[in-house]
Design a protein around this ligand. Structure first.
Ligand code: ATP
Ligand code: LTN
Length: 331
C-alpha cells in the first residue's frame, strides 16, 4: 500500500522562533518515518508582506539548513522551494474562481495582518489561504501538521477541496489537520496572551532559534510572569503557563511533571531553568546548521532533488484539474 502524504511549509520571512520549532519542525521530524513528506519553503507566501529580496533568498537557504539540522532526512522527505514549482501559482488561480471574497475577509490572520500592515493590504495577503490550499491539494495530501494558528486556513483548504470535487467530480483528497497538543501554541514572553511570532517588533518577546545562550537566558529572565508566586498552569496565569509549556516541550516532559519539579521554587530559579533547557536543546542544532550553511553544494543538491520530485507530483494533479475544468490541453 502507498504511504499517506504529509505536507507542511514555513515562510522564510524571518528568523524562526522556538514557537515555529515546537509547533512545526519538531513534529515533522517525528512524523517523517510514517509518511511521504513534502516540506516547502513558502517564499510565495512570504512576499505578501514586504521583504528585502536579498534577505529573502538568504533566509530560504538558512531555513533549509535548519530543517536538515533539526533532523529532517532529505532521503525520506521532499524539501523544496515553493516558487520553484510553478503549479502552486497555477492551481491558486483555478481555486480563486471557487473561493469567495467573503470567506477570505473573515480569516483571523488576514484581519490581524491587515491591521499590522495597514499601508500594504494587498491582494496576496487576502489570497494567502487559497495559495496555501493549492500547496496542500497539489500533493493529494492526507495530513497537514501545523500550529493552532493555522487551523482556520486548513478548514478553507478542506472546503475548497470538497467544493471543487462537488462541482467537477472527484479530484482532490480532503486533507486532515494535525495539531499537536503540548507546545501547539507558544506565546510571546512579553504579552503571553499573544502567540510568539517571528515578526514581533519587540525582540524580547520571541526566542529565536539563532539566539546564543546568553541571549536566551536573558530573554527568559525578563519574561513577564503573573502576580502571586505559585508555579502552576492556569487560565489566570498565562505567563507562567507559557513558560511551563516551553519547559515541558524542550525537556520532553508533560506540563504537570514540570509543575511538580518547580513546586515550592521561586520565579527566578524557574525562569533560569527554562532558559537553560532551551539553550541546551538548541546548541547542537545551531552548530549543525552552521556546518550545513558552509556546504552550499550539498544544500543546493537537496533542493534540486526536492524540486524535481515536487514538480512531478504537482504536474500530475494540475493536469487532472485542468482537464476537469475544461481547459484545452492540446489534442
Ligand atoms: P509571522 O510572524 O511571519 O506571521 P509566524 O512566526 O507566525 O510568522 P509562520 O511562518 O506563519 O510563523 O508559521 C510556521 C509554522 O509554525 C506554522 O505551522 C505555525 O502554525 C507554527 N507556529 C508559528 N508560531 C507558533 C507559535 N507561537 N506556537 C506554535 N506554533 C507556531
Ligand atoms: N501559512 C503557513 C505556512 C504554509 C503552510 C502551507 C503550512 C504555507 N503553505 C501548507 C501548511 C501547509 C504558516 O504557517 N503561516
Amino acid at each position: 500500500m502507498e504511504n499517506k502524504v504529509l505536507y507542511s511549509a514555513v515562510q522564510p520571512s524571518g528568523n524562526l522562533t522556538i514557537g515555529n520549532y515546537a509547533g512545526a519542525i519538531r513534529n515533522w521530524v517525528a512524523l517523517q518515518n510514517g509518511y511521504d513528506c513534502f516540506f516547502a519553503m513558502a517564499d510565495m507566501h512570504a512576499i505578501t508582506v514586504k521583504q528585502e529580496p536579498a534577505l529573502l533568498r538568504r533566509r530560504t537557504l538558512e531555513l533549509v539548513s535548519l530543517y536538515l539540522a533539526c533532523g529532517i532526512d532529505p532521503e525520506k522527505c521532499t524539501l523544496y522551494v515553493q516558487s520553484q514549482v510553478p503549479q502552486h501559482a497555477e492551481l491558486t488561480w483555478v481555486l480563486n474562481s471557487i473561493a469567495y471574497v467573503g470567506e477570505m475577509e473573515r480569516m483571523t490572520q488576514f484581519k490581524d495582518k491587515s491591521r499590522k500592515h495597514a499601508d500594504n493590504i494587498n491582494m496576496g495577503l487576502m489570497d494567502y489561504p487559497v495559495l496555501m490550499a493549492a500547496d496542500i491539494l497539489l500533493y493529494q495530501t492526507d495530513l497537514v501538521p501545523v500550529g493552532a494558528d493555522q487551523k482556520q486556513h486548513l478548514e478553507i483548504a478542506r472546503d475548497l477541496a470538497s467544493r471543487f470535487n462537488n462541482r467537477y467530480g472527484e479530484t482532490f483528497r480532503v486533507p486532515e489537520p494535525y495539531i499537536m497538543k503540548e507546545g501547539a501554541k507558544i506565546c510571546s514572553l512579553q504579552e503571553p496572551d499573544k502567540k510568539m511570532s517571528k515578526s514581533d517588533e519587540n525582540p524580547n518577546a520571541s526566542v529565536f532559534l539563532s539566539d546564543d545562550r546568553d541571549t536566551i537566558i536573558r530573554k527568559f529572565k525578563r519574561a513577564v510572569t503573573d502576580s502571586g508566586n505559585e508555579i502552576c498552569a492556569s487560565e489566570e496565569k498565562k505567563g507562567v503557563t507559557n513558560l511551563l509549556t516551553i519547559y515541558a516541550t524542550f525537556k520532553g516532559c508533560t506540563v504537570s511533571e514540570a509543575e511538580k519539579e518547580f513546586e515550592g521554587k521561586g520565579y527566578g530559579d524557574f525562569k533560569l531553568a527554562v532558559g537553560e533547557v532551551v539553550a541546551d536543546a538548541l546548541a547542537p542544532i545551531q552548530a549543525e546548521q552552521q556546518r550545513l550553511l558552509a556546504d552550499k553544494g550539498y544544500v543546493s543538491s537537496v533542493l534540486k532533488a526536492g524540486q524535481e520530485r515536487a514538480f512531478k507530483a504537482a504536474r500530475k494533479t494540475l493536469s487532472k484539474v485542468y482537464r476537469k475544468v475544461g481547459f484545452y490541453q492540446g489534442d
